[in-house]
Design a protein around this ligand. Sequence first.
Ligand SMILES: C[S@@+](CC[C@H](N)C(=O)[O-])C[C@H]1O[C@@H](n2cnc3c(N)ncnc32)[C@H](O)[C@@H]1O
Length: 239
Amino acid sequence: MTEPVPASTLEEMVAYYRARAAEYDEWFYRQGRFDRGPEANARWRAELAHVVAAFDALALAGDILELAPGTGLWTARLAPLADTVTAVDASPEMIAINRAKLRAIPGGDRVTYVLADLFAWTPDRRYDAVCFGFWISHVPDERLDPFLRTVAAALKPGGKVFFLDGRREPTSTAADHHLPPAGSQTMIRRLNDGREFQIVKNFYEPAALAARCAAAGLAVTVRETPTYFLYGVGSRVVG
Ligand SMILES: C[S@@+](CC[C@H](N)C(=O)[O-])C[C@H]1O[C@@H](n2cnc3c(N)ncnc32)[C@H](O)[C@@H]1O
């Protein structure tokens, strides 16, 4: 049984992402401390392309809710497909970067930003799709079932869900980060300037995660790429 995550750690995680916003994309693009060499970087890009193909195959459309959109790496893919995108994040710095990035992208003006804590926020309408990239690993185990019920409540019956996250792989993160020890839900993250923050990091097993989605009313297939990514595609159960 893992220790529940205290509210103070969830607050520290928001502080971390607020402080990290300007350097966040270095991780995604394998730059600086996240550059793990040509072979690992090439594998990251190839596996990401596989996940993007699964995302594209879902053919999302209509009104889309994006949870924890961060700097907009996925908002930029959603906006051209959607009638509207509602993007909910707790970091004003992340939202500012996302907004600036989306200004240059077709459909970027269809995005509405909501500054909110996802552990307190509840949807006030239903959407055609809900997406969240690299968020589910930050949801404490004891909050996962309520979170997934919130996702289901935000979807129209038959509405689609897509999520993506990292697998437990040391080279996915910076060379000076240590993954959480077995049985722990938290790890220490460092910024380029050396500041340290404690955050939540969980690596859910695909079958167990799919079962928890099903219990929340979401029929989701959860798959892994060979090294780096876990992703889920599915829909809210009708009825
Ligand atoms: C790992 S980033 C993911 C960003 C983006 N989805 C992506 O795929 O690159 C996590 C995001 O969660 C946001 N976040 C952290 N705690 C949050 C909370 N309690 N409520 C809402 N957003 C939160 C951070 O501000 C950050 O933008």
